[in-house]
Design a binder for this molecule. Structure first.
Ligand SMILES: Cc1cc2nc3c(=O)[nH]c(=O)nc-3n(C[C@H](O)[C@H](O)[C@H](O)COP(=O)(O)OP(=O)(O)OC[C@H]3O[C@@H](n4cnc5c(N)ncnc54)[C@H](O)[C@@H]3O)c2cc1C
Length: 627
């Protein structure tokens, strides 16, 4: 029998609504982890130009951990230097200082990269397509319903979220009902998911109105290819180098009655156009010349809102991420970064719960970690925007913002804005009690990158590259010099204890601990003395473990095929490596165990004799299943 309105019903583990940076990051991470995931977007095609463009150092590290940073580094514009300009005595502008763009000494990539949002999104598309996942376009949700049955909500195998989807490019009656285990609303600042669930936003619009222009300019301004902040007699502008010869200008318009209705204080878009924006920019650049070559690549004008959603989840079944959770000014280049890092934080937690390895309670840490981050972000944005949009100090305006105040804040905020200094508070997955045994690896912050050498072949390796985002916990065992008999005996004893049935490795190893834990050994000692083969097998993946490696390879975790014992020494030409134990604050004689979460954040550090504390840590959120 045929019906007039054929209703398709389907099931999926995770349904993602919105294929912007937040949704794509999550979809790609879940697909990489072998999770059954589907992603939809209302747009018929992706972003072709403009919108967000700045990628911060931490986000580059995260993209690198998924194997996606290389094309970005190659194609994007890099700006390691910032430059500050202020009103000059003759009505023009003068340079007051040049500084590094980034003041985070541990940043692996100490610069920002710009690439248009569509270019960033294409990194994910390529990776997802290789795993058979495509964005289903021209599709919107029309209804979402969460089961109220407690047992269903608590059962990770249940599909308690019912979402009705409608195709915009097909007949009106063509709808589908999807039964999902989890739903992520990554549908941007005007989020349908957030609104329909009644999640309120805290905060308000500012009176800050900005024009944004992506253009190919002709200019004699000497700092064009730097991240440049200009406070002039004629207004404020941020100059961003873009890929190729392109430039982006953020132009403050709040004072310009041509763009702002003086009574309503609303954006007067009808009067704005790229030529008018260029005119305003050219006045700010005086005495330097500025002309637009050809047509602009992209432009817009908008009023800045500074808002955070009151919650990021309903019953830990429906989540929101990215602009759906927080909106703020683009002046510190945070939008796309915060959004991708939200879903990077969520994806591994979903993967662990869906595999039955972790308790549902793990999902609570998404909101506790990212809501705190978002509030800090808005707080930072308020302070930074006030400084940026405030009038500069001049002879005529002695109460204005001084250059020292502005640059001082730029430096102070760098840890946060680069993403490198983001720190998660103590929780079930952040245990700080043994911080002292790796004093410089702050528990709750991301693992500090450092170059070691592979003990087997003395090839230099950044430890970040030994820790891909493959949804596994990394257990880094820092040991003394295994060429020394006493040190080796200690390491052997530790390896035996780790391999004992009561060890966390086996208790929470789900029957095959290599799927959950990636154990990596880092030795002190000289490359002339240490033989990696001396390291007990428990602490090093062995070449002959082909069955396990092939299985992981089938899951797409090819990077695991690299067997490594790292050594804290320089390479054969003493160009790279060495000093790792000191950089992490680990005493080589005592050693330490460092647990790095699948998202690259240090979850716990512990001395050798506190293995039971590591067990307690994992017992706080993982399901015990030995094999
Ligand atoms: C016009 C515009 C200009 C911007 N300019 C800048 C800028 O100059 N600088 C800057 O730093 N940031 C800018 N941003 C913000 C930046 O794009 C975001 O911070 C960043 O993209 C956030 O990523 P996201 O994935 O959370 O949201 P988005 O990138 O907004 O992605 C959301 C996705 O969800 C889809 N979607 C929305 N509603 C639905 C629905 N009901 N059903 C299905 N799909 C849906 C959208 O089509 C979109 O693909 C701009 C954003 C916009 C929209």
């Amino acid at each position: 029998m045929t019906t007039l309105n054929p209703l398709i019903e389907s099931k999926v583990d995770v349904l993602i609504i919105g294929a912007g940076p937040a949704g794509l990051m999550c979809a790609n991470a879940l697909a990489s982890a072998g999770v059954d995931v589907r992603i939809i977007d209302k747009r018929a095609v992706g972003v072709a130009a403009g919108q967000a463009d700045g990628i911060q150092p931490r986000t580059i590290e995260v993209l690198q951990s998924y194997g996606l940073a290389e094309p970005l580094i190659r194609i994007g514009a890099h700006f390691p230097r910032a430059s500050f300009w202020n009103p000059g005595p003759d009505g023009g502008i003068v340079r007051t200082q040049r500084t590094p763009s980034i003041f985070s000494p541990t940043a692996r990539y100490p610069y920002l990269i710009t690439r248009h949002q569509g270019g960033i999104e294409s990194l994910f598309h390529g990776s997802m397509e290789a795993k058979g996942l495509h964005v289903q376009r021209s599709t919107i949700p029309t209804a979402i319903q969460l089961s109220q049955v407690e047992s269903e909500l608590r059962d990770p195998k249940a599909n308690p979220v019912k979402v009705t989807l409608k195709r915009l490019d097909l007949e009106e009656d063509d709808i589908e009902v999807v039964h999902a285990k989890f739903v992520l609303g990554a549908d941007g600042a005007h989020s349908w998911v957030r609104n329909v669930l009644g999640i309120k936003l805290e905060g308000d619009n500012t009176d800050s109105i900005w024009g944004v222009l992506d253009v190919y300019p002709e200019t004699d301004f000497p700092d064009s290819r730097n991240w440049t902040f200009i406070h002039s007699h004629n207004g404020t502008l941020m100059n961003i180098p873009r890929e190729g010869d392109m430039m982006r200008y953020y132009i403050q318009l709040s004072e310009d009655p041509d763009f702002v209705d003086p009574t309503t204080r609303r954006v007067n878009k009808a009067r704005a156009n790229p030529d008018r924006l260029m005119e305003t920019a050219a006045k700010i650049f005086q005495p330097y010349s500025l002309k637009m070559l050809g047509e602009p690549e992209w432009w817009t004008i908008y009023i800045i809102g500074q808002r955070v959603a009151q919650k990021f989840s309903i019953e830990d079944r429906i989540f929101i991420a990215g602009d759906a959770c927080h909106t703020h000014s683009p002046k510190a280049g945070q939008g796309m970064n915060a959004s991708m890092n939200d879903s990077h934080n969520l994806a591994w937690k979903l993967a662990h719960v869906l595999r039955g390895w972790a308790d549902m309670s793990l999902l609570k840490t998404y909101e506790s970690e990212r809501l705190k981050f978002a509030r800090d972000l808005i707080d930072f944005d308020r302070k930074w925007s006030k400084l940026f949009t405030g009038k500069p100090r001049t002879e005529a305006n002695e109460d204005g913002i001084s250059h020292e105040e502005f640059v001082g804040a730029f430096q102070t905020f760098s840890g946060f804005s680069s993403g490198v200094g983001v720190r998660y508070e103590a929780s079930a997955i952040v245990a700080k009690q043994h911080q002292a045994c790796a004093a410089k690896l702050v528990v709750g912050e991301r693992m500090i990158p450092h170059v070691f050498v592979q003990a087997a072949d003395i090839r230099a390796v950044n430890i970040h590259d030994a820790m891909p985002s493959d949804a596994r916990f990394k257990v880094l065992v820092f040991v003394g010099n295994v060429a020394d008999k006493a040190a080796l005996a200690r390491v052997r004893a530790l390896a035996e204890e780790l391999d004992a049935p009561k060890s966390f490795v086996h208790r929470y190893g789900q029957g095959d601990y290599h799927r959950v834990f990636d154990i990596l050994c880092i030795c002190a000692g000289s490359k002339d003395e240490v033989d990696f083969i001396d390291v007990p097998q428990m602490l090093r993946p062995h070449w002959s473990k082909w069955v396990m490696l092939r299985f992981l390879g089938e899951l797409g975790l090819i990077s695991l095929l690299i067997a490594r014992v790292l050594l804290d020494d320089t390479d054969m030409h003493a160009r790279e490596g060495g000093g790792g134990f000191a950089a992490y604050g680990i005493d080589a004689k005592a050693g330490a165990i460092v647990v790095v979460r699948p998202d690259g954040y240090v979850g716990m550090v512990a001395p050798y004799d506190r293995l039971e504390d590591i067990s307690t840590y994992f017992g706080g959120f993982m399901v015990e299943k030995s094999g």
